[in-house]
Design a protein around this ligand. Structure first.
Ligand code: V47
Length: 353
């Protein structure tokens, strides 16, 4: 069978054939990806009411794509106290947040206790608030800095109340590209190993892919296939999140903005290749809300959340610093002919609007 026949059949795309997907036209890819999306989720567009908190931007690593960490293009270092974090959590709960998404830079001043004890404080005060926290990159950093095994850190996460893991730090798994863009950060096989351990502990997580910088199309397919292999083993990934690289205030030179056709092709291909991951998230902070809505017709079914405050992508040029309102989500989803569905962090439906 050739690639079009495989897509028509709806069978799994063999790994070697997945590399041919980018040769197809956007609308052909979109048609197959949309069919898959409709089969799984109908016309529902999922989102949650959440708040992102980034407790520090002082980072031991120097990822070239990052504009968030404090460096000479962003000379504004900060580190929050637990009291400051709790105050933000209090405000977020008042504003209706059901999930707190906490991701930090790599900063061991304060020890592992500073990273983990805040989760216990949040859960003691708000037992039903979902804490999505600690990327595999942070877990690797804490383990290396404190002489822990990955299992040690994961056991502490379970003890201190982390509910699920975000998908950050995956970047691009290809080792050559990785060495160029984020040398010294968690390696690809360790990123996958940490998620595997988390899944084996009975918990769920997401997986990201940062694209649109110096990676090739082949690198993206390879990234998706490595995730598909792990998901076959564990089933623990909820969502795949292709993050569109934002180009400002960082140290990756000569990168041209990808353009919507390539972004939508990548969304569609991820829906087609990742036949075992239930959700494809068009993270509106990196794609814009408009393109994230168009992506709903090219395989995606989720937008992430209202966020309230966003620091990582907006530092690099995205227009996401102040999040989006619930009403904005409802208006754009409905006017695009889809059905807004507020979900919890694990994709249980809370309200269909
Ligand atoms: O891993 C850093 C990315 C990620 C840039 O799990 C950039 O639900 C674009 O992982 N342009 C952190 N992206 C954010 C993240 C995330 C976001 C939303 C939802 C979830 C989830 C996870 O941000 C990092 C990195 O890949 N990032 N710099 C940039 N210039």
């Amino acid at each position: 069978m050739n690639i079009t026949e495989i897509l028509k059949s709806g069978e799994r795309i063999p790994s070697e054939m997945a590399y041919k997907l980018y040769d197809l036209e956007l609308f052909e890819l979109g048609e197959y990806a949309y069919k898959q999306r409709l089969k799984r989720h109908g016309k529902k567009v999922f989102f949650n009411i959440n708040r992102h908190i980034n407790p520090t931007n002082i980072c031991a690593d120097v990822c070239k794509f990052c504009a968030f960490s404090a460096h000479r293009k962003n000379p504004n270092p900060y580190k929050m106290t637990h009291e400051e974090i709790l105050k933000i959590v209090d405000e977020s709960v008042v504003n209706g947040a059901k999930e707190i998404h906490i991701v930090s830079a790599h900063n061991i001043e304060g020890g592992w206790e500073w990273y983990l004890e805040i989760f216990k404080k949040i859960k003691d005060k708000y037992p039903n608030l979902h804490v999505k926290a600690l990327t595999a990159a942070e877990i690797d950093f804490i383990a290396r800095s404190c002489g822990f095994s990955y299992e040690d850190v994961i056991n502490k996460m379970l003890e201190y109340g982390v509910d699920s893991m975000p998908g950050g730090g995956a970047e691009i798994f290809d080792e050559t590209v990785r060495a160029k863009i984020c040398n010294g950060k968690v390696g690809s096989s360790d990123w996958l190993k940490i998620h595997e351990l988390w899944h084996r502990a009975g918990r769920q997580s997401n997986a990201t892919m940062l694209f649109g910088h110096i990676e090739s199309r082949e690198n993206r397919i390879d990234h998706m296939l490595r995730l598909r292999d792990l998901q076959d083993k564990t089933g623990g990934f909820n969502a795949f999140i292709p993050l569109v690289y934002q180009t400002q205030n960082n140290f990756l030179k000569d990168v041209k903005f990808l353009g919507s056709v390539e972004i939508l092709k990548t969304m569609a291909i991820s829906r087609l290749v990742l036949d075992n991951i239930p959700h494809i998230k068009a993270y509106w902070a990196t794609s814009t809300l408009n393109l994230a809505m168009i992506a709903q017709e090219f395989g995606a079914d989720d937008l992430d959340g209202t966020i309230q405050k966003e620091s990582i992508q907006s530092a690099a040029g995205a227009k996401s610093a102040n999040g989006a309102s619930l009403q904005t989500f409802l208006d754009i989803i409905k006017s695009s002919g889809f059905v807004p569905v507020e979900r919890d962090s694990l994709y249980n439906e809370i309200k269909i609007y």
